[in-house]
Design a binder for this molecule. Structure first.
Ligand SMILES: [Zn+2]
Ligand SMILES: [Zn+2]
Length: 353
């Protein structure tokens, strides 16, 4: 199988890998249909990298596919079923897994106090992923989705599962006001989910015009160019001087701005992920406002719901997937993303062998 292999920081290669096969009773062999390029992938491919990955694994973690074959124990999936795949398999036996925190499973990621890559199992980063023709994974990582769901948007399942769970923590309700910082794919998913949850004001702050226009198609009721307008003023104006109920930070460095725009006792979701960011924070602002600050990273028990959301058509996901390329043109996708000319790029294998 033609596969994209992560070699070392900044370097990937095309290599031929053997097609996997069913080994265990609960295995599912999946024909890959679409693989999203994630911001994390771009971070891995920087030198020095902003995110670790294990050399020589098949790259790519956001994907959907079609069941090709199942092991003897899998009686609820059949060849031809369209599926989405959770690339973060919790171990089930660590203290987090056994305390209702599978998204914090110690085996998923390299921890700061342990040497990576031995401690990571996330597919497409630390074990073989999906930028290839077939993957073989245990059935508990696989979720059925309606067969007519376009693969281009089903490939958004993993990022949407992270966003959906974060939105659940904020508990956005009908009538609420929301500000989203950043209109990359994650910010746009947040805006569209906020709208689906009934938010009546969705203010999206984004310096690039192309992305601001997309935000208007994804639920934003007002877009702001933070280089030209005062975001806090806009948020106050839009909320009768109160501040927004929720601010979602989908950039990675803007926590102070997020705290600034919420109402007293409002909520902040810190979701943008930048390991290097250390912005100065006015702590008294948190105290005075009794701000509620949440972190968001992975989804928890959210893939099942993600499948239902995607197949329902309730979100304008086709606005977020801006490009598709065959596997052999992976570099084109990277180039467009690095130039800021694409939002979500989805790669598909052009041949199955
Ligand atoms: Zn991702
Ligand atoms: Zn675990």
């Amino acid at each position: 199988m033609q596969s994209i292999i992560f070699k070392k920081p900044g370097v990937y290669a095309f290599e031929d890998r053997p097609k996997p096969s069913i080994k265990n009773g609960d295995d599912v062999l999946i024909k890959v249909l679409g693989v999203g390029i994630c911001g994390t992938d771009l971070h891995v491919l920087m030198d020095p990298p902003l995110h670790p990955a294990k050399p020589d694994i098949i790259f790519g973690h956001e994907y959907c596919g079609e069941v090709e074959a199942v092991g003897a124990e899998v009686d609820w999936l059949s060849p031809g079923d369209r599926v989405i795949v959770d690339p973060h398999p919790p171990c089930g036996h660590c203290r987090h897994c056994r305390s209702d925190r599978p998204d914090m499973c110690t085996e998923l990621y390299s921890q700061q106090d342990t040497p990576w890559p031995e401690h990571g199992v996330t597919r497409g980063l630390f074990t073989d992923g999906a930028l290839t023709s077939y993957t073989c994974v245990p059935a508990h990582s696989v979720y059925k989705i309606a067969p007519d769901t376009p693969w281009q948007i089903a490939a958004l399942a993993e990022p949407l599962s992270c966003v959906g769970y974060a939105i659940e923590k904020l508990n956005i309700q009908a009538g609420d006001t929301v500000c989203v910082l950043g209109a990359g794919p994650m910010g746009l998913l947040f805006a569209s989910m906020a709208k689906a949850n009934g938010a009546v004001k969705i203010i999206v702050s984004e310096p690039h015009e192309y992305r601001r226009e997309k935000a208007l198609l994804c639920g934003a009721t007002r877009v702001v160019n933070p280089m030209e307008e005062n975001l806090k003023q806009v948020c106050l104006e839009e909320t009768g001087g109160l501040g927004v109920d929720h601010c979602i930070e989908a950039v990675g460095q803007l926590l102070p701005d997020a705290i600034d725009v919420i109402r007293p006792n409002g909520k902040v979701m810190m979701f943008g992920h930048d390991e290097t960011a250390q912005p100065p924070i006015r702590l008294a602002e948190i105290v005075r406002k009794e701000a509620q600050i949440y972190g968001g990273f992975l989804g928890k028990y959210y893939f099942e719901k993600t499948a239902r959301i995607i197949e329902s058509g309730i979100l304008p996901l086709e606005e977020i997937v801006t490009h598709t390329f065959p596997l052999s043109e992976y570099q084109k996708g990277l180039d467009l993303l690095r130039a800021g000319k694409a939002l979500k790029v989805v790669i598909y294998p052009e041949k199955y062998n």
